[in-house]
Design a protein around this ligand. Sequence first.
Ligand code: BES
Ligand code: ZN
Ligand code: ZN
Length: 503
Amino acid sequence: MKISVKTGTPEQVGTDLFALPFSKSALKKEAEEALASLGFDVHVLKDFKGEAGEVVVLYAGGKKPAASRIALLGLGEGKTLDDWRKASVSLAAKAVEMKLEKVAIECSGIANLAVSTGKSVAELAAALVEGCVAGGYRFDRLKSGKLDKKKSAGKSKEISELVLRVDAGVLDEVEKGAAEGKVVASCQKMARDLVNLPGNYLQADDIAEAAVESGKKHGYDVTVFHKKEIESLGMGGLLAVNKGSFHPPTFTVLDYKPKGKARMVVALVGKGVTFDSGGISLKPSENMGEMKSDMSGAACVLGAVEAASRLGLPLHVIGLIPATDNMPSGTAQTPGDVITTYSGITVEVGNTDAEGRLILADALTYAKEKYKPDVIIDVATLTGACIVALGYAVAGLFSNNDKLADEIFQAGEHTGEKVWRMPLWDLYDEQIKSDVADVNNTGGRGAGSVTAAKFLEKFIDGHKNWAHIDIAGPSFAPKGGGKVNGGTGFGVSLLVELMKKWS
Ligand code: BES
Ligand code: ZN
Ligand code: ZN
């Protein structure tokens, strides 16, 4: 999507749809005047309440309208970034539904709105762009007409251009925010695409390749460890999960270093299970296809590292992605097996479906040992129990550092990606004790997302600034849940916001 910021009149901007945002309180005062000046009938205002995300499309009746089609766009109270985001998501969704290619938004009120939301003009512009790209996102590349790239060229359903019409005084700030928003939005889109690709289109190798491509394009180093190297390293967790698979595992390390001195070393670890059948502890078949999304953590980390590089953040950011599928077969690991992880810690595999923690264990220890990071954050679709606890809209947050937990929570509040902190009390260790190994990978009934986090904690080798984000719920919108099903890109924006705060 091309994004431009212009100061001209609506006529000069010339779009398929010209959107006028109004908060509920501004509606009465400003809407009549605005509509009349554009040559539109004001009676329609009876049907428009200004609720956040409400969109009413109007067609010109007058002789010389400033735009052939306008949209009234509700901002609700207009007091939060969320209102602003909701509005832009619905506008883009409407434009896609109507197959409109060029959309403009009147942003003359953005300076006032910045005051009432307590955010900067640039932050509002960024949220607007992110919302428009997210709301206009559709995954249709596996439809028959699209598989042949040549045939489908130029026929995308998505919006091709977004124009923000502004007053000259805020032009620079809106341009700056829009440019940042565009980077985050494109990284989110990349993550969603990867999540939506099913197991027969995305294997461990493909995740590694996506990282290599991104690194080449955006100027950061990527190293891919293949099966032989993973064996030499002794990553017993990743190898055990991969035992039943036809496809070899990969361990991909993304390494972005800023031009100047780095203010911090940040390690981001993402679970990359390209398809989770459960292995020998096979999952029930109903909705098993959704387990193509079990690499959402990996996609999130890839998106966040790419964004850090494109934004030139003054941080050393390392992304670590262990990837494999989890399949049953004659060669698969079996319940009761005892494996030795990269750390040397032995694990009794109580359940082969608790595979995410096995591959993350190796990556966490490697991150700590090799990079001595100031902070380690892992992102993973780790447990169904987290969905039971917090639902589909909220991620579970676990951290051994109060300050870090608060920073992650605040970043999520800012980006609209909600996380809620859960405990890491040692009493939960009882549940993952093993009779035969150092630890068991399952904790029995109760507090499943906490025992999973307690398991991970054993592999950070006493690091004092670690967080684990369980995104099993919000990473994927199941069928029937909303307008657009599938990968959400959850976490990309949150991690970028967090890293910007540290910059
Ligand atoms: N990938 C799943 C967790 C998951 C469930 C993600 C639903 C998204 C939606 C994970 O590997 C898993 O299967 N966890 C088990 C752990 C159990 C066997 C201890 C679970 O949550 O049931
Ligand atoms: Zn599993
Ligand atoms: Zn899994």
